[in-house]
Design a protein around this ligand. Structure first.
Ligand SMILES: NC(=O)c1ccc[n+]([C@@H]2O[C@H](COP(=O)([O-])OP(=O)(O)OC[C@H]3O[C@@H](n4cnc5c(N)ncnc54)[C@H](O)[C@@H]3O)[C@@H](O)[C@H]2O)c1
Length: 369
């Protein structure tokens, strides 16, 4: 039996409902694969505020440090909208990411054949799409100094933000991207605006240097961010791994996400620095929020959270066979015609959150023989 320490923070709204489906998969793995996760649960967001008066307590933060990986549901909702800024549910999430120093955000854009028609692009452009966007998360123009709004002597106002990257910030994010590419399609597009920004010139030079020194066998192409946006909607299948900064990554990852159709299908991971054994701090979470409009109704799509768990198996625990199994089960269940409301199509069977979760586990059972 191998034991992996996993902290589950289900959060608010649909968080607990979708997380309950992950528990089914964890139970299945313990029973059928003898993989025992050491699972603990904690509160975050509004749920934590209601109990402790704070969206993330020091104790929960300690649990996160002690865990091999954290799986998060979602935080927030109208109940807590009028709280002061420092105790809003989202502050809990920001603290978690900041204290764990998660600098790499991984956003896959993967199209299941059964859902290819739901994309805003033509089916043949997105069928088989499998992109990973690696976004730098803790530097760049969102954090650079100087920043602010000032009033000039002539009475005009001026807003300032500063795009700034250091060598080490660029190298560590590029390292994540090259490493991922080796486990995928062996291709990296590094995206910046070296034509008009010095920080982009540095980005390009450092990525190239790291490539030549450590990853010469990975195919590397440099691309300007505006061209990348265009290529993503023109011919998205040319990409494998895209690595880019905080600002461009924010925009390009949302753009790539919509190629896949639904928010309820999108997983993500945020990774920190590797320790001596090569293990990285990591938080896995669906891209969607707490969906208060559908919370408590057993109709939310649990697949984004289940796919986030699959990413955890693959990237934190190196359990590729189990990750493949779970992803294949999702694919088969979709091929079989089951849909939650958000991905419903004519002629398919609409099912609840619970039935979707049960069906995935049943499919894993079948696949595992
Ligand atoms: N990472 C996070 O925890 C996170 C991210 C985004 C928003 N939020 C918070 O969530 C709350 C709601 O925000 P929002 O409405 O802008 O975004 P949202 O992602 O919660 O919902 C947007 C729309 O998508 C639907 N949706 C989302 N996930 C779904 C799923 N799994 N299955 C079916 N339908 C789904 C919702 O019903 C809603 O109509 C806010 O308090 C916001 O701050 C949290």
């Amino acid at each position: 039996m191998s034991t992996k320490k996993l902290l589950i923070l289900a959060g608010d709204g649909i968080g607990p409902e979708v997380m309950a489906q992950v528990r089914r998969v964890i139970d299945w793995m313990a029973k059928k694969r003898h993989i025992a996760f050491d699972v603990s649960e904690g509160l975050i967001g509004g749920a934590s505020y209601d109990k402790f008066g704070h969206p993330l307590t020091d104790e929960t933060m300690q649990d996160a440090f002690a865990a091999d990986a954290v799986l998060l549901g979602a935080v927030g909702g109208p109940k807590w909208d009028n709280l002061s800024f420092d105790v809003k549910p989202e502050r809990g999430l920001l603290r978690l990411r900041k204290d764990l120093e998660l600098f790499a955000n991984l956003r896959p854009a993967f199209v299941f054949d059964a859902l290819a028609e739901a994309s805003s692009l033509k089916t043949d452009l997105v069928k088989g799409l499998d992109i990973m966007i690696v976004r730098e998360l803790t530097g760049g123009v969102y954090f650079g100094q100087p920043r602010g709004i000032e009033t000039l002597p002539n009475g005009e106002r001026r807003g300032v933000n500063t795009q700034v990257y250091t060598t080490s910030e660029i190298v560590r994010i590029a390292d994540v991207a090259f490493d991922l590419a080796k486990k995928r399609g062996n291709k990296v597009h590094s995206v910046e605006k070296a034509n008009v920004m010095e920080s982009g010139v540095l980005w390009r030079e450092e990525v190239q240097k790291l490539h030549d020194a450590k990853y010469p066998s990975v195919e590397l192409q440099h691309m300007y961010a505006d061209n990348c946006a265009m290529q993503l909607v023109r011919a998205p299948k040319q990409f494998d791994v895209i690595v880019t900064d905080n600002l461009f990554g924010d925009i390009l990852s949302d753009c790539a996400a919509m190629l896949t159709g639904s928010l309820g299908m999108l997983p993500s991971a945020s990774l920190g620095a590797a320790d001596a054994k090569g293990n990285r701090r990591a938080v896995y979470e669906p891209v969607h929020g707490s969906a208060p409009d559908i919370a408590g109704k057993d109709i939310a799509n649990p697949l984004a959270t289940l796919l986030s768990f699959a990413m955890m198996l693959r990237y934190s625990f190196d359990m590729r066979a189990e990750a493949d199994l779970l992803e294949q089960a999702v694919k088969n269940v979709l091929d079989g015609g089951l849909r939650t409301g958000d991905i419903m199509q004519a002629g398919k069977a609409k099912v609840s959150t619970t039935v979707m979760g049960e069906s995935i586990v049943r499919e894993m059972d079948k696949l595992a023989g």
